[in-house]
Design a protein around this ligand. Structure first.
Ligand code: LMR
Length: 397
């Protein structure tokens, strides 16, 4: 039977890191996967995480299964990160479940939507994270697209986006990136979020909010602007959170799916359906990552350290954005790259064609995603000159 199986193509993002690791060029640079790197090009373990792990090592006293929806303390902390001091943070209209990373949060959300509303289509931005459509398709859902990026201005095509969101049929779902849009780094303004929220309310589609980069844009609170605009306007939504990036817990796989519904009874029903989706997928989540997050968030000292470390990561990325813009100008780039300085989070859309991306890899061992997405968080002062010179050489053909 297996002989008939056709090999799958490498993953559009993680497959690039596989190729990078196999490359023997000492100058190689990996700007593909969305992973923070420090000034030395290393993905560090945060100090607050190490401290929490030390505490866990002495205090953890069982490896018994977690409940299907994960740690209960963690499930209560997640809404506070989403809604801060707003009453929704403690409302019985809200239920969060612990998931193995943001990807599993999306998959559980997709399985829930498919089980409850099998004919719903999920609308994604053009472009969007390379894995979104695969996740929704794998759950048996249809995917369609709304416009987002305008190449001419390297900005948001808001007119086209909102026009399209007004045409999404009631009962469909719309996937929105709450901050640090992946792959473009371009987010709606506060006014634009209000218009998006009004469209969701008026047209009665379900917002699914991908919140993978909270804290990487402007700050933990500021980055939740879009979520809060939508939850003020709409009674129902799903949020898929990831703590891979803001806690640097990539390999621990820690995330959460949160449902907001119109009343406590509905929340209980929705939670029961979500738990059924989890049980037939991975049964119950792994413990370690969520135990770290729960330990940090329950200790005011650790939380303060976390906020400081998150700000350090954010500031370094913004510093790299400025250095990159200056570096490209210094290398006499044939086009203006100042738009990179206005984008937020780890990613920017460079405008490189797939052929230019291939040349960058083959001639200079610089790896970026084939749609032209670059991970700014992977840049360092040390490699900036080589990166800018190589890019200019490719752009000049
Ligand atoms: C990315 O977009 O690079 C990250 O979210 C990692 C991944 O799983 O693709």
């Amino acid at each position: 039977m297996f002989q008939k199986v056709e090999a799958a193509p490498p993953d559009a993002i993680l497959g690039i890191t596989e190729a990078f690791l196999a490359d023997t060029n000492p100058d190689k640079i990996n700007l593909s996967v969305g992973q923070y790197k420090d000034a030395h090009g290393k993905t560090p373990v945060l100090r607050c995480v190490k401290a929490a792990e030390q505490r866990l090592l002495t205090e953890e006293n069982t490896k018994a299964y977690l409940p299907i929806d994960g740690r209960q303390d963690y499930d209560r902390q997640v809404p506070s990160l989403l809604w801060g001091s707003d009453s929704l943070a403690t409302s019985n209209r809200v239920a969060s479940v612990q998931t193995p990373g943001g990807t599993a949060a999306l998959r559980v959300a997709a399985d829930f939507v498919q089980s409850a509303f099998p004919s719903a289509t999920v609308w994604c931005s053009t472009p969007t994270w390379a894995n979104h459509a695969s996740i929704f398709h794998a759950a048996g859902l249809k995917v369609q697209y709304y416009p987002y990026f305008r190449a001419e201005s390297n900005g948001l095509d808001f007119g086209a986006m909102i026009g399209s969101l007004h045409n999404v049929p009631a009962g469909d779902a719309v996937l929105l990136h709450v901050c640090c849009h992946n792959p473009t780094g371009i987010d709606p303004t506060a006014e634009q979020w209000s218009e998006i929220a009004a469209a969701a309310r008026e047209k009665q589609w379900l917002p699914i909010l991908d919140f993978a980069y909270q804290g990487f844009g402007v700050g933990l609170e500021e980055d939740a602007l879009g979520l809060r605009a939508i939850s003020s306007a709409c009674d129902e939504l799903l949020v898929c959170s990831s703590f891979s990036k803001n806690f640097g817990l990539y390999r621990e796989r820690v995330g959460a799916l949160t449902a907001l519904t119109g009343d406590a009874t509905t929340t209980k029903s929705v939670l029961s359906r979500i738990k059924k989706c989890i049980r037939s997928n991975y049964s119950n989540p792994p413990s370690h990552g969520a135990a770290i997050v729960a330990t940090v968030l329950s200790d005011p000292g650790f939380t303060k350290d976390w906020h400081a470390e998150l700000a350090e990561m954010r500031d370094r990325i913004n510093g790299m954005r400025s250095s990159f813009v200056a570096g490209m100008a210094k290398a006499n780039a044939p086009r203006d790259f100042s738009f990179i300085g206005q984008q937020r989070g780890m990613f920017s859309f460079s405008g490189l064609t797939p052929q230019q991306v291939d040349q960058l890899r083959d001639r200079f061992a610089i790896y970026v995603v084939r749609d032209g997405r670059i991970n700014v968080a992977g840049m360092t002062d040390e490699t900036m000159g080589y990166l800018c010179d190589s890019l200019v050489s490719v752009l000049e053909g």
